[in-house]
Design a protein around this ligand. Structure first.
Ligand SMILES: Cc1cc2nc3c(=O)[nH]c(=O)nc-3n(C[C@H](O)[C@H](O)[C@H](O)COP(=O)(O)O)c2cc1C
Ligand code: SF4
Length: 467
């Protein structure tokens, strides 16, 4: 029988594949422990398969990337040009930089061989002989643990030359970042891995599957996504696809933080849980004396949802129906239909004690600090948004500032090299659209007549020339 550490037991609604061994009594990251628990059996099975059949199973499974965009993993693998003659690389994205997300670190810390097994199977499927695990600077223990695990796997010939006598060679290296959110964006990550400043590349043409690391085909997948591959091999793609709901298959780890009684990480079947079940049944409801106000459902970049919202959802037959916030199933398509996204699975909960000016300013400060500075709308705009929301929390903003803030956000959105532009502007657009009156209540008309500082004058000039 599997027992878990006290207080860390899975909730009744959980379906644990990836986190089965996380927080388990007696489970440690050593290879001996992994082997005792059936480790590397799926690698043996996969090495007996034709690589393209592995990709086929992953396609059948319906697995969608758990890093943020939810792109189908098997389909991504088929984007490697068929007549390619260059080396192919596999990169595991272990940057876990999206605020509100805290899942990959537990895999790296507690179950590194699960990731290595998933990676060797994936490398075999896509024909990569060199793979990297990119780990953020803030996870030194994870880097140490994974490096040790790779050495253990190499010593047993699960990694290295002629893996288990199959004729397949693969080396895995850990690469540590230097601490920047933008290194989580796959092309910024690739630049960083090449030893350069992590300036994201423009897509097209630099889609990593065609032009990635060293301008060679490169598959970038999230830690959790790569772990799923092992379970897809074990279950078969069709069986795996029975977990979850249509187009949103398998399990995923939701990380709930903020104003709930019992925050934490929960591995659930995708779409089988509604917002109400997650926040009340799993997370124990709001703190005493408080009520829920809003939720940021997929990491800080996703658009905020008000708890009193009702969404108009389009049915496949063209008709529409109402969907209340509390009834939203926690899956990619439902959250997208409500104007937000499932993103990285980081669910940030806000109760009625949170002032939206403060929330907005907190997010703006993060994005202003993390913009890589390569493109003007993002570099300048993110800083302006922070400065305006600074004024808002300091009681120095005028009502016009809210309109200016909104205008700056819309001028970033869709006008930048990478999706950081949307990541920084969507939260602003959504908070203003949904909490305009609350924000306006924090402004004063007489502030409009105060002398503008040099930055505000620069903002005005920019707005006049771009409108
Ligand atoms: C600003 C930004 C930050 C990102 N940060 C991460 C991250 O920390 N981890 C991650 O796996 N993906 C992150 N992504 C998504 C990656 O670019 C990429 O889509 C993902 O690693 C692909 O893996 P998946 O298909 O398995 O999800 C980020 C994207 C953007 C635009
Ligand atoms: S959008 Fe922002 S983070 Fe992305 S490349 Fe441009 S400046 Fe850098």
């Amino acid at each position: 029988m599997i027992t878990y550490l006290p207080g860390k037991e899975p909730r009744a609604c959980e379906h644990r594949l990836i986190f089965k061994n996380i927080d388990r009594v007696g489970y440690d990251p050593s290879i001996e422990c992994y082997l005792r628990n059936g480790g590397y059996e799926q690698l043996k099975k996969a090495l007996g398969m034709v690589p393209k059949d592995i990709t086929e199973e992953v396609k059948k499974s319906g697995l969608r990337g758990r890093g943020g965009a939810g792109f189908p993993t098997g389909m991504k693998w088929t984007f490697i040009p068929p007549n390619n003659t260059k080396p192919v690389y596999l990169i595991c994205n272990g940057d876990e930089s999206e605020p509100g997300t805290f899942k990959d670190r537990y895999i790296l810390h507690q179950d590194p061989h699960q990731l290595i097994e998933g990676m060797v199977i994936s490398a075999f499927a896509v024909g990569a002989h060199v793979a990297y695990i990119y780990i953020r600077e803030e996870f030194p223990f994870a880097a140490q643990t994974v490096e040790h695990a790779i050495a253990e796997a190499k010593a047993r010939n699960f990694v290295g030359k002629n893996v288990l006598g199959s004729g397949f060679d693969v080396e895995i290296f850990v690469h540590r970042g230097a601490g920047a959110y933008i290194c989580g964006e796959e092309t910024g990550l690739i630049e960083s891995l090449e030893g350069k400043r992590p300036y994201p590349r423009i897509k097209p043409p630099y889609f990593p599957a065609a032009l990635g690391l060293y301008m060679c085909p490169t598959i970038v997948n999230n830690v959790e996504s790569l772990c799923h591959v092992k379970h897809i091999i074990e279950m078969g793609g069709d069986e795996y696809a029975k977990l979850g709901v249509a187009r949103n298959t398998g399990t995923r780890i939701l990380c709930v933080s903020g104003d709930v009684k019992k925050p934490g990480y929960f591995e659930v079947q995708v779409g089988k849980l509604t917002m109400r079940e997650l926040l009340y049944d799993v997370c124990g409801g709001p703190k005493d004396g408080r009520s829920f106000k809003a939720v940021i459902p997929g990491g800080s970049s996703s658009k905020i949802l008000r708890c009193d919202e009702v969404f108009k959802i389009k049915n496949p037959d063209g008709t529409s129906r109402d969907l209340a916030f509390w009834d939203i199933p926690m899956d990619f398509d439902s959250l997208a239909a409500c104007g937000s996204m499932a993103g990285s699975g980081g669910v940030i909960v806000l109760d009625d004690s949170r002032k939206m000016s403060w929330v907005l300013n907190n997010l703006n400060a993060f994005y202003a600090h993390e913009s890589c500075g390569q493109c003007t709308p993002c570099r300048e705009g993110s800083t302006w948004m922070k400065k305006i929301s600074d004024r808002l929390v300091e009681g120095l903003a005028s009502p016009e500032d809210i309109a200016t803030l909104e205008s700056v956000a819309y001028q970033i959105d869709g006008r930048t090299i990478c999706a950081f532009g949307e990541a920084s502007s969507w939260p602003v657009e959504a908070i203003i659209a949904k909490f305009r009156d609350e924000l306006l209540a924090d402004t004063k008309t007489e502030n409009a007549n105060k002398a503008l500082n040099p930055e505000a004058l620069a903002q005005q000039r920019f707005l006049q020339t771009t409108h």
